[in-house]
Unconditional design. Structure first.
Length: 280
């Protein structure tokens, strides 16, 4: 009995140490970004570096918010990410439902093609996409970025929803069909309400993908009216000169909105992932 308790304590201790190491590994870069954003320029370049600013200053945040168009970049990112999330969720649901719930020729091939489209590296597509957007007159526009981001968020959302829709009992569809419901009505009134937690998780991941994307934003948008914050941060790097204070402050400003969204949606994320695992 004593040996069992000792083993249990050791396991808990090892688990706690592992969690602590993982937290330090994950949060150390974030801590350094925040601390650097609160330092003066002289202290940022001091050797050896300090773990905490000797004199806290918010001058870097003031410069980022009022002396540069970075706040406009953040608003552009919000507009693009929200547009991408809504369109991806709608198209993903309409595409995933027949693949997951209906039997037709080429169903398995369609699912494989969706996965293949998601796995294509964005670096292989940005030149063809640029030509497409140029012909459509969407280069250097927020709509152009939305169209470009849909190339990887729609396959992702579709594939995730296929997996989630497949866990819902097929008997619900059959009962609704016997009652005279159409496929559209089944999707809207039966499947989507049940899959709401999963859709919330997929939408949140799509928002994060669009929010953090850098390559397309750098290539397709170059004016202040359409540039997102990821591309805007690169403007603070001029040759071999890094404006570290303003760069770190801008990074913190960009982190805060997505952090608030994740904290607010934490319950829905856990509910969606847990529901999917139980049903699976």
């Amino acid at each position: 009995m004593v040996e069992r308790k000792r083993t249990k304590i050791i396991r808990r201790l090892i688990t706690a140490i592992g969690v602590l190491i993982a937290l330090c590994w994950s949060l150390a870069p974030v801590y350094w970004v925040v601390v650097t954003s609160l330092k003066k320029s002289r202290e940022i370049y001091a050797i050896p570096p300090t773990l905490w600013p000797s004199h806290i200053t918010f001058a870097n945040y003031r410069s980022a918010l009022f002396d540069s168009p970075f706040l406009q970049y953040v608003l552009n990112s919000f507009a693009v990410a929200i547009g991408v999330t809504i369109i991806s969720a709608v198209i993903g649901a309409l595409t995933a439902y027949p693949v997951a719930r209906m039997k037709f020729k080429g169903r398995n091939l369609s699912a494989r093609l969706i996965v293949t489209a998601y796995l294509l590296p964005p670096s292989l597509l940005f030149i063809p996409l640029f030509l497409v957007l140029q012909n459509m007159g969407l280069v250097d526009t927020k709509m152009g970025l939305i169209v470009a981001y849909l190339t990887f968020t729609v396959p992702f959302c579709t594939w995730m929803m296929i997996s989630y829709f497949a866990t819902i009992p097929a008997e619900l569809d059959e009962a609704a069909l016997m009652d005279g419901a159409t496929r559209t009505q089944i999707l809207r009134r039966v499947v989507l309400p049940i899959a709401r937690p999963g859709i919330a998780v997929v939408a949140l991941f799509a928002f994060t993908h669009a929010w953090n994307e850098f390559l397309y934003a750098l290539v397709y948008a170059y004016s202040d009216t359409s540039k997102t914050f990821t591309a805007g941060l690169s403007g603070l790097i001029m040759g071999d000169t890094y404006i570290w204070g303003q760069l770190m402050a801008s990074s913190v400003i960009a982190i805060i909105p997505i952090l608030i969204i994740y904290i607010a949606a934490q319950r829905y994320i856990v509910e969606g992932l847990a529901a999917g695992s139980v049903k699976g």
